[in-house]
Design a protein. Structure first.
Length: 316
């Protein structure tokens, strides 16, 4: 399942050692859930003597809030979570995503799709498939041509269509999650052909994150459990593009009083990093949720000292 070939220019090699990352979207400041992910990924990188990268996932510009990126960086630094290389921005990497899309078109793995969400819902209803609210609909292949054949001029010039990745007939993806153990997903039955570029021209998260992780040589992906359902898609995409597959570790989610994941959509409160005392209190709450115990709790402990103790306790 692990391939080492890349179509990108001079990608960072996994042989360089452990390389992790934190990849927030600048749609608002960090809240308790996003701090937990940042802390867990930072601790894992430090425990393994590796590098921790910061990537700003700002592809969906209408959702990005001016100033949020700077606020996120300030919050991370206030918590002592510094990154090791120049931060990157997805909005500045469009040529890499386009190159990957063209590669897939050359492999006859793409096709244009004009379906709306309602069109998909109607097609599924005719098949007797009802999708629960807030759950992703399995694409029924309405626009999939036979045979698959896309010419590059069509890829560049066809307006207002989404571009989907055509899955093989049997596409069962299995992997080992470092926290959750063996995972398996049948992409045909649970996802269907998925979109890589939207009909407004925006590259999707699935494509961008796979290209970014390959180009940056990411070896370990530590992120929230809410992204677990994306992993099989990303591993399949890595395989067809000839990329290395990282190790995955999905962290427990921080839930609100209604049992829902903390998020900007549910108006989660931003973490308080106005001074070292408040920043350390936020770090301690995140560590407790991660299951770290017996960390120093004295009033005179510094953030640097606390992070050193937390790094030693990580994975122990």
């Amino acid at each position: 399942m692990i391939l080492a070939v890349s179509i990108l220019k001079n990608p960072s090699s996994p042989a360089d050692g452990y390389r992790g990352r934190f990849a927030p979207s600048p749609t608002g400041p960090l809240h308790a859930g996003s701090l937990l992910t940042a802390l867990g990924s930072w601790l894992d990188a430090r425990k393994n003597g590796g590098k921790w990268l910061l990537r700003i996932e700002d592809l969906d510009t209408p959702r990005c809030i001016p100033g949020a990126e700077q606020q996120i960086q300030a919050q991370l630094l206030a918590c002592g979570l510094s990154w090791d290389e120049e931060r990157t921005y997805q909005s500045q990497r469009q040529d890499l995503y386009q190159a990957a899309l063209e590669r897939l078109a050359g492999l006859n793995l793409l096709y244009p799709c004009t379906c709306s969400r309602q069109t998909i819902a109607n097609a599924l209803a005719k098949l007797g498939v009802l999708t629960p609210r807030n759950q992703e609909m399995v694409y029924p292949g309405t626009c999939r041509p036979n045979p698959l054949e896309v010419h590059l001029p069509k890829l560049f010039s066809t307006p207002k269509v989404a571009w989907r990745l055509a899955l093989p007939q049997h596409c069962q993806i299995e992997f080992e999650d470092l926290a959750l153990g063996h995972q398996s997903q049948d992409l045909n039955q649970e996802v269907g052909d998925f979109v890589l570029r939207r009909n407004d021209g925006v590259f999707t998260y699935q494509l961008a994150v796979v290209v970014d992780d390959a180009q940056q040589g990411i070896t370990h992906i530590v992120r929230g459990e809410d992204l677990l359902s994306n992993t099989a898609r990303q591993i399949h995409l890595q395989k067809v593009l000839g990329y290395h597959t990282a190790q995955y570790w999905h962290l427990p989610l921080v839930l609100d009083e209604h049992g829902e994941k903390l998020s900007k959509q549910t108006l989660a409160t931003q973490i308080n990093t106005e001074d070292e005392k408040h920043s350390l209190a936020e770090l301690r709450k995140a560590a407790q949720h991660l299951g770290l115990r017996d960390l120093p709790d004295g009033e005179n402990i510094t953030i640097a000292e606390w992070l050193l103790a937390a790094t030693r306790a990580w994975r122990s």
